[in-house]
Design a protein around this ligand. Structure first.
Ligand SMILES: *[C@@H]1O[C@H](CO)[C@@H](O)[C@H](O)[C@H]1NC(C)=O
Ligand SMILES: *[C@@H]1O[C@H](CO)[C@@H](O)[C@H](O)[C@H]1NC(C)=O
Ligand SMILES: *[C@@H]1O[C@H](CO)[C@@H](O)[C@H](O)[C@H]1NC(C)=O
Ligand SMILES: *[C@@H]1O[C@H](CO)[C@@H](O)[C@H](O)[C@H]1NC(C)=O
Ligand SMILES: *[C@@H]1O[C@H](CO)[C@@H](O)[C@H](O)[C@H]1NC(C)=O
Ligand SMILES: *[C@@H]1O[C@H](CO)[C@@H](O)[C@H](O)[C@H]1NC(C)=O
Ligand SMILES: *[C@@H]1O[C@H](CO)[C@@H](O)[C@H](O)[C@H]1NC(C)=O
Ligand SMILES: *[C@@H]1O[C@H](CO)[C@@H](O)[C@H](O)[C@H]1NC(C)=O
Ligand SMILES: *[C@@H]1O[C@H](CO)[C@@H](O)[C@H](O)[C@H]1NC(C)=O
Ligand SMILES: *[C@@H]1O[C@H](CO)[C@@H](O)[C@H](O)[C@H]1NC(C)=O
Ligand SMILES: CC(=O)N[C@H]1CO[C@H](CO)[C@@H](O)[C@@H]1O
Length: 845
């Protein structure tokens, strides 16, 4: 939203006509459930839902429900709570509405025992207007033991865009044993603009942005607090709400002092109305306790902790704060900051400006905040830097906390709802269990669908934009960045989006870890699967690597390199977001789990070729090549088509300039893959990558770790060990048993030579990545060739091929590498045809 809209919003609010007459809802249903008599509560008439005279506008859909009456009510118990409607099967109320809009829906629950029902045992779900608002609700379970004498009232505020509102009760156990119940229901229209869709501040680690379409959420009231005041009952409230005092939520009570005004608030300018909150809320407040010099001397906030549902980013709350300057002797003396969950939510609040220069005019501000795991929403107000040292103060008059019921949870229920009602009706006619099974099946299917596609609640932000916290003291200074101004930051991702994508760094989404930190699987809002690499939060260790990786990766796009989707540098977080590579590290596939088909030789060759291409591109694709520095089998990832992608550029460094031959850096890399020359001389060249890649080649062939300390001394290091066998020309003795008989001799020979060259002692003797690439491709050709002329190594074939790639493939391998005899020995027990047919079948897949 842009500045203009916000200003409009406020101009609009100022001119909302106000009236002193009490609010009369257009639609107003109050039901005394399970009773045929009317009942009065707080001067309101709840009509009996069993009273046949009231049936014209309310329909009770199922005759299967039971009216239950409390035979031994305690004295003074309101009659509303002396009866209940019991649902042993799904049943519903339907209300005809005169007008669309936002509605209050309240349920009254009061447990008692009668006719074999103990209402404490009820366990049921409630849907309102097709939206699941309560699931597996159990009065006893949800509430503390001492509430047995009080009714429990659940309040929901939601938008209804239909002339019919249906409220469905469904026992959790649909087999006739479980049941649901309700004592009273209220359905009435909320005042216009009770929930507006603009100007809501979405507060979090990302700063403040706008939260749009608030009214499309179902809100469940969790706390309604008259700060600095006393309990207000439905008698005292225009919308029959109950407000409770704040003292039980206040932390460090000495810091706060209650203020009470005797002037009735003036609703002209601030934008609030009597329906938003009654006079009494605005006539009391907590301010900073400025009497106590020792407290005043130390800077402080007034802080309240409110318990809420925990559970990460998906549990969202609306925090509506009410303000009315009843403390200032004159205008523009009070400047304070608001914090929610420790995040700056509104800086330099200047009530005088917000009310267009009028003291004692109420206003409210809506905030949306994601719950953290603490199960607490913490609200603080404290003096702003703008306030003069003599007049440091902060106030709060009222607070409401409402949970945003996850509407999308219930989307799956919306679709089959109509069907289910019909089905249940049919079911009641035929008494068919089959029908119930169908219903269950529909449910299960929907549930599955829902589970399969976790839908992320969209964050109403302007895209990948850095957000600034509002710095102004006047609303006219509130502004939101326009999307167009961030074109060149297109890789920047808001922390909130990353939290969403990873379900707030859900441990179950961890797909890897390393020196840098954890790697999580995630899904961005646009559905793109990503791997989120998060540096240890708070620690700036590795910052150079982080920045190096961003710089490098943002420049690179290559089929065989994992591409960077974005990054996040907010709140001292270092987060890199990569494309998600479906099958994960080569290492995992190589050492695969039980039952997993091992990779064929052809697949392995193709993977090595892909990785070599990626590295070749890194080394040569830029005027100044890039050295990966940490090539290993965990850094080669495979996508769903087994296409290799080189990953993890955290340790990358730009290569030497033309006039230099190496880069001097601290030694980094992974044990077992590390170029010994690099280690000795601390000089980095692209040949260090070639060495590491050689180790990977042997690893792919032999399927054993680069370093395995459990083995005999001469076997510990794969590079040394494999080289020994390669030099003896007996490499086939140590290959992956799965590959035995499946590799053509010439292919293996070429492969072994290539790996050996990569592991040359001196970098200058190692081939370039381009050479390695061609040799591997040649090895693949040899494997793929239709007709192997000779099972043994044949120089002539090799030389024929060499004409094509003469500059790359080393001619005439040294005599020490001639291995014909050994191959003969090894395969002498396999007939040529058998050998080939094996090849055919394994390759024909
Ligand atoms: C209950 O109240 C309604 C509405 O005022 C009225 O029509 C109805 O007659 C009353 N029923 C009883 C039993 O008093
Ligand atoms: C209500 O039913 C659900 C589903 O069977 C169950 O998970 C939950 O524990 C039950 N709650 C109580 C309090 O019995
Ligand atoms: C209610 O439960 C709390 C702890 O959960 C306990 O301290 C308290 O004594 C209980 N009250 C009653 C009336 O049983
Ligand atoms: C409610 O709104 C919808 C569309 O917004 C409209 O089609 C319908 O007629 C309205 N119903 C009433 C009762 O106002
Ligand atoms: C429903 O309740 C009955 C009796 O308690 C039990 O036998 C049955 O397993 C329950 N069904 C479900 C789906 O929980
Ligand atoms: C808000 O709701 C309106 C009306 O349904 C819709 O057109 C718009 O796309 C919604 N905006 C967001 C950000 O969801
Ligand atoms: C609330 O209403 C009751 C009953 O009308 C009245 O006695 C009480 O003074 C009112 N309280 C406030 C704070 O207005
Ligand atoms: C002032 O506050 C301190 C706590 O910070 C408390 O110990 C002290 O008693 C208070 N003094 C008065 C006069 O209330
Ligand atoms: C008030 O609380 C916020 C958030 O916890 C904190 O950042 C700020 O430093 C606090 N101010 C004072 C004066 O303690
Ligand atoms: C208030 O909530 C914060 C944040 O969850 C927590 O750290 C603190 O311990 C809580 N304080 C009290 C007194 O409960
Ligand atoms: C409130 C909310 O997040 N609604 C979303 C539910 O899921 C659909 C897609 O299935 C989205 O379009 C809605 O925005």
């Amino acid at each position: 939203m842009d500045t203009k809209n916000l200003i409009l919003h406020f101009i609009f609010l100022i001119f909302i006509p106000f009236s002193f007459s009490s609010f009369i809802p257009i639609d107003n249903y109050l039901l005394n459930c399970g009773s045929n008599t009317n009942s009065t509560l707080f001067n309101r008439l709840f009509i009996g839902d069993d009273d046949k005279t009231n049936k014209d506008s309310i329909f009770l859909s199922l005759d299967k429900s039971i009216s239950l009456t409390n035979q031994n009510p305690s004295p003074n118990l309101p009659t509303l709570y002396q009866s209940a409607r019991i649902f042993t099967k799904m049943g519903s109320y339907r209300f005809m509405l005169k007008q669309n809009g936002t509605f209050f829906v309240r349920f009254h629950f009061f447990t008692f025992k009668a006719q074999g029902f103990d209402l404490k045992d009820a366990n049921f779900s409630v849907m309102v207007g097709g939206k699941l608002v309560m699931s597996n609700f159990n009065v006893n379970f949800k509430h503390s033991n001492d509430s047995t004498n009080d009714a429990i009232i659940k309040e929901f505020i939601l938008k209804v865009e239909s002339n019919l509102l249906e409220i469905v009760f469904r026992p959790v156990n649909d087999s006739g044993f479980g049941f649901g119940f309700v004592n009273g229901i209220e359905v009435f229209s909320a005042p216009e603009d009770f929930v507006v869709d603009y100007g809501t501040r979405f507060v979090g680690p990302f700063g403040v942005k706008e939260y749009k379409n608030l009214s499309y959420n179902v809100l469940e009231t969790i706390h309604r607090i008259n700060v600095g005041g006393m309990t207000l009952t439905p008698f005292n409230d225009t919308l029959w709400r109950t407000w409770i005092p704040d003292k039980d939520f206040l932390i460090f009570k000495e810091a706060a002092k209650t203020v009470v005004s005797t002037h009735t608030p003036d609703y002209q300018k601030g934008g609030a109305t009597r329906e938003i909150a009654p006079d009494s809320v605005y006539m009391t407040a907590q301010e900073m306790n400025r009497d106590n010099q020792s407290i005043l001397a130390s800077q402080f906030n007034i802080t309240w902790n409110f318990t809420v549902a925990s559970g990460g980013v998906r549990v969202r709350h609306l925090v509506r704060l009410h303000f009315c300057d009843i403390v200032s002797p004159a205008l523009n003396l009070l400047y304070f900051d608001v914090y929610i969950n420790g995040y700056s939510a509104y800086k330099d609040v200047d009530l005088s400006s917000l009310t267009f220069h009028m003291l004692g005019s109420p206003l409210y501000v809506d905030f949306v905040v994601d719950s953290d795991d603490s199960g607490v929403i913490q609200i603080s107000v404290g003096p702003s830097d703008l306030s003069s040292s003599m007049r440091k103060n902060a106030i709060l008059n009222g607070a409401e906390i409402m949970k945003l019921v996850n509407v999308n949870d219930s989307d799956s229920i919306v679709a089959p709802r109509k069907k289910r009602l019909v089905l249940v009706l049919v079911g009641s006619i035929f008494g068919g269990i089959v029908v119930l099974l169908l219903v269950v099946a529909v449910f299960v299917v929907c549930w599955r669908c829902r589970k399969k596609k976790p839908k992320l609640r969209s964050v109403e932000s302007v895209g990948w934009t850095p957000l600034r916290v509002f710095g102004g003291s006047s609303l006219s200074r509130m502004s939101y960045p326009s999307p167009s101004s961030y074109g060149h930051f297109s890789l920047k991702i808001a922390f909130a989006d990353i939290q969403l994508a990873t379900n707030n760094f859900d441990e179950s989404l961890i797909i890897g870890s390393g020196g840098f930190g954890m790697v999580y699987k995630g899904v961005l809002r646009d559905g793109v699967k990503v791997a989120v690499k998060r540096g240890m939060p708070g620690s700036r260790q590795g910052l150079p690597e982080f920045q190096s990786e961003i710089t490098i990766l943002s420049k690179i796009r290559h089929r065989h390199l994992v591409s960077l989707v974005g990054f996040c540098e907010e709140n001292s977080e270092m987060i890199l977001v990569y494309e998600y590579v479906e099958k994960g590290p080569l290492k995992d596939l190589l050492y695969g789990s039980e039952g997993l088909q091992p990779l064929s030789w052809k697949q392995r060759l193709e993977i090595c070729i892909g990785a070599a291409r990626g590295l070749h591109y890194l080394h040569t694709g830029f005027s100044q090549g890039i050295i990966h520095r940490d090539i290993k089998s965990t850094n080669i990832l495979l996508d769903e088509n087994y296409v290799a992608k080189v990953a993890d550029f955290g340790l990358s460094r730009s290569g030497p300039c033309i006039n230099e031959t190496h880069v001097s850096t601290n030694v980094k890399g992974s044990f077992g893959y590390l170029d010994p020359e690099y280690f000795r001389r601390q000089q980095l060249t692209d040949k260090s990558d070639v060495y590491s890649f050689g180790v990977v080649l042997f690893e792919v062939l032999c399927v054993r770790p680069a370093v395995d300390p459990r083995l005999d001394r001469e076997q510990v290091n794969l590079a040394e060990w494999a080289l020994q066998w390669q030099r003896k020309g007996m490499l086939e003795h140590i290959i992956d048993p799965y590959l035995v008989g499946k590799i053509k001799v010439s292919s293996l020979k070429k492969f072994g030579e290539t790996a050996e060259k990569c592991l040359a002692e001196d970098g200058v003797d190692r081939p370039s990545m381009g050479d390695v690439l061609w040799n591997l491709e040649y090895s693949l050709q040899l494997q793929e060739r239709d007709q192997e002329v000779n099972v043994t190594y044949d120089d002539s074939i090799d030389n024929a091929e060499l004409n094509v790639t003469s500059s790359i493939i080393p001619r005439n391998p040294p005599n020490s590498m001639r291995i014909e005899g050994d191959y003969d020995n090894n395969y002498s027990n396999v007939s040529a045809t058998k050998f080939f047919s094996q090849l055919m079948t394994s390759d024909g897949r």
